[in-house]
Design a protein around this ligand. Structure first.
Ligand code: XMP
Length: 327
């Protein structure tokens, strides 16, 4: 099965959808059910709505809210799925459980593994409680496969929790209709499926969420702080009309504390780093030449609106040698 290429002629999102729906229908029996996991991002939303076309009411969508999404995102995904999916939608509020599991863990790969494992455990519990379900559909895309060393000659760079090992552990057969597509095509498929702009324009977001944008151990307080800083940066980028030109733009809690002056006294606070990159596929990326007045406004707002932050810095490292994320 190679749905990323059309054999001859131009790739076309509508044809891709027709072919993917046909293949899913052929594979999934008329009485069989499919479960899918929503992460809050584009890929899993596209998979859910593709499956919605193929199996309709026989799809059960599960959204595990691990508490490390961006500000407002969990509510957006919930509203979209409740309104538009024909099948059932289940939102699991698992914030406390994730924060507990991550308590005191500073190593990034360890954080990924814990979040991945906890996600699987919760997802499995819920999916099993829903009766007989044969298939799991998930939003693995081409760059996940490449970067996880999921193909011959590939090298494991990061343990992406959305690839590898899931079907055996969960006992489901796996459906991964986007496996051959890079992000831009996934977006075109989403557009052809009629997904709202807010989801289509959504930046790629790592499965472990803000946990890999907080250097060191994660706490609920740090997540809340980062969500605020990130929301300010996003708001200013979007207001400046620059969102479309960037691959990703986000804030990072650097784990460094630096001195600043507040109310006439020395004050040690958090250092927030801003990251904005241009890229076609996330395999390589350049740092975005953002206007200085925009950076200045973001810095003023973050230090002014979030008292715990003493400094804001801008990351000017391309990939390679850096990576897009800080962890
Ligand atoms: P890096 O940081 O390796 O990121 O340059 C490349 C792309 O992958 C995303 N990313 C992840 N996605 N789980 C994911 O699903 C992860 O653990 C993960 N780590 C990085 C990152 O946001 C970028 O788009």
């Amino acid at each position: 099965m190679n749905m990323g290429k059309t054999g001859g002629g131009e790739w076309n999102a509508r044809r891709f959808i027709e072919e993917a729906v046909r293949q899913i229908k052929r594979r999934v029996g008329a009485e069989e059910r499919v479960v899918c996991a929503l992460s809050g991002g584009l890929d899993s939303a596209v998979v859910a709505f593709l499956l919605d076309r193929a199996v309709g009411e026989r799809l059960a969508a599960i959204f595990v809210d691990h508490g490390m999404l961006r500000l407002g995102e969990a509510a957006e995904v919930t509203a979209l799925c409740r309104d538009r999916l024909q099948g059932s939608f289940h939102c699991l509020d698992a914030k406390k459980r994730f924060f507990k599991a991550l308590s005191g863990v500073a190593d990034p790969e360890q954080k990924r593994k814990i979040i991945g494992a906890e996600f699987i455990r919760l997802f499995k519990e819920k999916a099993l409680s829903m009766g007989d379900i044969a298939y799991l559909a998930q939003g693995t895309i081409r760059s996940d496969v490449v970067e996880s060393g999921g193909e011959k000659g590939g090298k494991a760079i990061k343990a992406h929790h959305n690839v590898g090992g899931l079907p055996e552990e969960l006992g489901f057969e796996l459906i991964e209709p986007l496996r051959e597509l890079y992000k831009e095509k996934v977006r075109q498929v989403g557009e052809a499926l009629g997904l709202p702009e807010a989801i289509l324009r959504r930046q790629p977001f790592p499965g472990p969420g803000l946990a890999v944008r907080i250097v060191g151990a994660v706490t609920a307080e740090k997540v809340a702080l980062l969500q605020k800083a990130d929301a300010i940066f996003r708001e200013e980028i979007e207001a400046a009309g620059l969102a479309e030109t960037l691959w990703q733009y986000f804030a990072v809690l650097s784990g460094v504390r630096a001195v600043g002056v507040k109310e006439g006294g020395r004050h040690y606070g958090e250092v927030v780093a801003l990251r904005a990159v241009v890229s076609d596929d996330a395999i390589s990326a350049g740092w975005a030449r953002l206007p200085l007045n925009l950076l200045e406004r973001v810095s003023q707002r973050i230090t002014g609106e979030i008292p715990a932050v003493s400094r804001v810095v801008y990351d000017i490292t391309p990939k390679p040698p850096g990576t897009i994320e800080w962890e």
